[in-house]
Ligand binder design. Structure first.
Ligand code: G3I
Length: 371
């Protein structure tokens, strides 16, 4: 009863106020609408992306709003890696990837799938799988085609194969080089399917979605000539054989001391293939040695900002615009970075801080996109 009376009084007050406004000749002050007109996506001549963690997207409004405003391309950081999307032999779990795909569709963002075939992030059932080469080929093809077909029309592009070559000599990862260190740096695919598995992965993906752009994605091209050359040789071979490769991802997990010359050389060499060139996982560590006494000083902020700007300038200058697939950072805020969550370093590698405030490097990055 009391509640009804209160509502009634409120309604009368609101109505009276409305009448007062209508009858008044004085201009009604309009509150200013604040729109962030200066955004990365607004200032870039190509797509600007971020790799996205599903859980953060679901729970953190600041994370989501930053993405909505700033980026127009999204990479699925982990949700469609084999371990997540194919947890047992006959089960596919698309829930995480679908959440991101819906987010992209509803908000008009390009979706980049990561990654179909990798030597890491494979589930135990797969690592321990017993079967002959035909059975392995069947698993390999079924996985690629099920995942690509599921996102057909939703994912514009895919990292088909990730990190197949070694850093030191550019040879193919096959056997585990240091058995006993609890990390298999070889590759189950090369062991079971032979060295031509990369080409077949591209063919299978292309069959499942002929419109998807297909990328080979790799780290370390900026410091390993051997690896860069191996990638270029692979592309030359693929072109000669008609293997459907569309682009190359330069991950660029670098730090403030990474040689500028190395960056320039890698971009130049890869761009000369004529394929789409994608800076696919950019982050710039300021504390690669994980020194616990380091803090994020203005000097480090400036060095990081200069490096971010340098990369954008080189990308714009050295990659013809028709080949510019874009630049994606590996997540959004410093606290989301794999450098904090996966290798647990004390670091500040991304464009936004822990509260999604724009860092010095955000502004240098955006200025470089504009000018
Ligand atoms: O989501 C689970 C959580 O439920 C569980 O409690 C927790 C405990 O381990 O793990 C969580 O998953 C972790 C996931 O990151 C999300 O944080 C995985 O264990 C962990 O392996 C995974 O690490 C990812 C790593 O690749 C390995 O897949 C990083 O986030 C991801 O940033 C990193 O990304 C790679 C690219 O794919 C390829 N290039 C290099 C890049 C950086 O290493």
């Amino acid at each position: 009863m009391k509640y009804t009376a209160l509502v009634l009084v409120l309604v009368i007050l609101v109505a009276a106020n409305a009448c007062k406004k209508t009858n008044s000749t004085a201009p009604v002050p309009v509150p200013p609408v604040v729109i962030d007109t200066e955004t990365l996506q607004g200032d870039a001549p190509f797509k600007i992306g971020a790799a996205i963690d599903v859980y953060r997207l679901q729970i953190d409004l600041m994370y989501k709003n930053t993405l909505l405003a700033q980026q127009n391309s999204i990479t699925i950081e982990n949700a469609v890696k084999w371990q997540s999307v194919h947890p047992s032999e006959n089960i596919f779990d698309f829930s995480g990837g679908d959440y991101i795909a819906d987010f992209c569709k509803n908000n008009n963002k390009r979706l980049h799938g990561h990654c179909l075939i990798w030597y890491q992030a494979n589930p135990d059932w797969l690592n321990n799988y017993n079967g002959d080469s035909l059975a392995w080929e069947h698993l390999f093809k079924t996985h690629i085609q099920s995942v690509v077909a599921h996102y057909r029309g939703k994912a514009t592009s895919w990292d088909v194969v990730n990190e197949a070559f070694r850093d030191d000599d550019g040879s193919l990862r096959v056997q585990d080089k240091y058995p006993g260190d609890n990390f298999d740096d070889g590759c189950i695919w090369a062991r079971h399917l032979g060295s031509d598995y990369i080409a077949r992965a591209f063919e299978y993906a292309h069959e499942a979605d002929p419109n998807a752009l297909l990328f080979y994605n790799e780290y370390g091209q900026e410091w390993s000539d051997a690896k860069t050359n191996a990638i270029i040789n692979m592309v030359t071979d693929f072109k000669a054989r008609g293997i459907p490769i569309s682009g190359l991802g330069l991950q660029m997990h670098i730090d403030i001391n990474t040689s500028n010359e190395g960056i320039t050389k890698a971009i130049q060499k890869l761009a000369a293939t004529g394929l789409q060139i994608y800076i696919s996982e950019l982050d710039i560590s300021v504390n690669p040695a994980n020194d616990q006494s380091v803090s994020f000083t203005t000097d480090l902020q400036k060095k990081q900002a200069d490096k971010y700007a340098f990369i954008v300038h080189q990308y714009k200058a050295l990659v013809p615009s028709a080949q510019q697939y874009g630049i994606t950072t590996w997540n959004v805020g410093d606290k989301d970075s794999w450098i904090r969550t996966y290798i647990m370093h004390k670091d500040w590698p991304l464009l936004f801080d822990d509260n999604y405030a724009k860092k010095t490097c955000y502004f240098s990055f955006r200025d470089a996109l504009k000018n």
